[in-house]
Write a protein that binds this ligand. Structure first.
Ligand SMILES: [Zn+2]
Ligand SMILES: [Zn+2]
Length: 458
């Protein structure tokens, strides 16, 4: 055990905490890393700011006399909405890239609030997130690079760094963090945006277009909107990258600008309002084709239904339609009768359709309900009425299905509903249109199985 009584501060980042210990001992950072087993065979552990796996985890717990939750709290894994399971698996095809595309994990270093460092506050864990732009303490924009050498602060001791390394006090060029210019004061609205994002990161439930969603879903929406904004404005202000969905904005100010631009869509109370806000967001690129929009809003994204709806509204003489009419059945141009009670099993997400699974009919009904939502039903109950399921029962069917399948089932449902709705819209030959079942009550769902088993006419 290291003979120093220096507990981590709540919200502190692991790398900064280690440097604080080194300073107190004093000890060379490399020595401490070696002692803690953080650089077996000379390489610093991969993904160090994200999580710590055994055996290093146990070694750090013993050496620093900390409980497991205290150690885990120092890593990005402590943000409940962040899913690192892809990276924990043994290396497969391209987990790094997939994980990054799914949620912007890697920023390469950290942001910093010079005023916080100056006051002796710890380096915060959330500064390492791509979603961080504001200091919660000072209400200022975070700083993302050393003004003398231009390097992004990075407190993790890397093997490749043979010469000086950055410390909690100074950049590797020697410039002191506390002497960097402090970012501008943020407005109340901007600070609120940062709190909402942090809430989502901590796994809180947020509201998206009138529906409660998990923090991860909210962040995925924000990511797609930021990417769209970046792509739409790149010719104008040279924003970050050619692949904004893969690469988070490198500068805090860029992130703030993108999040601010996407906020009206995220905060819209209904899907309809969100579509209007979406229209404003993509106005600079209204000439874009469908394919380019889908480059930036992947079909599994929660924003996809909004983008899809926007496409259709833009292409038709929507001005002539009353708002009430637009509210229903515009998204996928489906007639109410076209949505089957039991969706074709072939369109269920792959994981959902084990042959002969007793819950297959329930899952089919869930997909049918989701399509009805895309077609404009504002609640699951309304969707139920639309497809002939008793309205009180419909929300329970969905809840049950999502709960029993767990994992990414919400995303999978979203994606499947989207694909199925498109197919139904086009009446493509791949879709078997099922006849509508008569209004069904909870007791009748058992019958679904038998009905669904009847082969479809070809
Ligand atoms: Zn600060
Ligand atoms: Zn520097």
């Amino acid at each position: 055990m290291i003979p120093v009584d220096l507990p981590p501060v709540p919200g502190e980042a692991f790398a900064g905490y280690l440097l604080r210990i080194c300073e107190r001992m004093p000890l060379r950072p490399r020595t401490l890393y070696r002692y803690l087993g953080l650089c077996p065979s000379g390489h610093t552990l991969p993904y160090l700011p994200l999580f710590l796996q055994p055996p290093a985890l146990g070694r750090v717990m013993d050496a620093l006399d900390l409980d497991e939750p205290d150690v885990r709290a120092l890593f990005i894994e402590s943000f409940a909405a962040i899913d690192l399971s892809m990276l924990r698996r043994p290396r497969s095809a391209a987990p790094h890239r997939d994980a990054q595309r799914a949620q912007w994990l890697f920023m390469g270093g950290t942001r910093v609030c010079p005023a916080c460092v100056n006051e002796g506050r710890p380096w915060m864990n959330y500064w390492q997130l791509a979603w961080a732009f504001g200091c919660q303490w000072h209400g200022t924009l975070l700083t993302d690079a050393c003004t003398r050498c231009g390097r992004r602060p990075d407190l993790v001791v890397r093997r490749a760094a043979r010469t000086n390394i950055a410390t909690g006090r100074a950049c590797q060029c020697g410039a002191r963090w506390s002497e960097l210019p402090t970012g501008r004061q943020l407005t109340a609205t901007e600070l609120e945006l940062q709190s909402v994002l942090l809430d989502a990161l901590r796994g809180g439930e947020l509201s998206l277009w009138g529906r409660p969603v998990a923090g991860a879903t909210y962040l995925a929406s924000a990511q797609a909107l930021c990417a769209l904004y970046a792509a739409a404005t790149a010719p104008i202000d040279g924003l970050w990258s050619r692949r904004p969905l893969l690469t988070p904005p490198p500068r805090a100010a860029q992130l703030l600008a993108a999040v601010t631009a996407g906020a009206p869509v995220l905060q819209a109370p209904t899907v309809l309002d969100a579509t209007d806000a979406f229209d404003a967001l993509v106005a600079p690129v209204s000439g874009w084709g469908e394919a380019r929009i889908w480059d930036h809003v992947p079909s599994h994204s929660p924003v996809a239904p909004i983008a899809w709806r926007w496409f259709h509204e833009r292409g038709r003489a929507s001005a002539q339609l009353s708002r009430i009419y637009r509210d229903v059945f515009t998204l996928v141009h489906l007639e109410p009768d076209a949505v089957p009670t039991l969706a074709d099993v072939d369109w269920l997400p792959e994981r959902w359709r084990h042959a002969q699974h007793p819950e297959l009919p329930m899952r089919s009904a869930t997909l049918g309900l989701a399509v009805a939502r895309l077609a404009g039903a504002r609640t699951w109950a309304e969707a139920g009425e639309l497809i002939g399921l008793e309205s009180a029962y419909a929300p329970r069917v969905v809840r049950h299905t999502l709960r029993t399948l767990g994992g990414d089932s919400e995303f999978e449902l979203n994606e499947a509903a989207f694909a199925y709705a498109r197919a139904l819209t086009r009446q493509s030959g791949r879709v078997a249109l099922r006849p509508r079942l008569p209004a069904t009550s909870a007791r009748d769902l058992g019958d679904f199985g038998r009905r669904a088993a009847v082969p479809l006419p070809t």
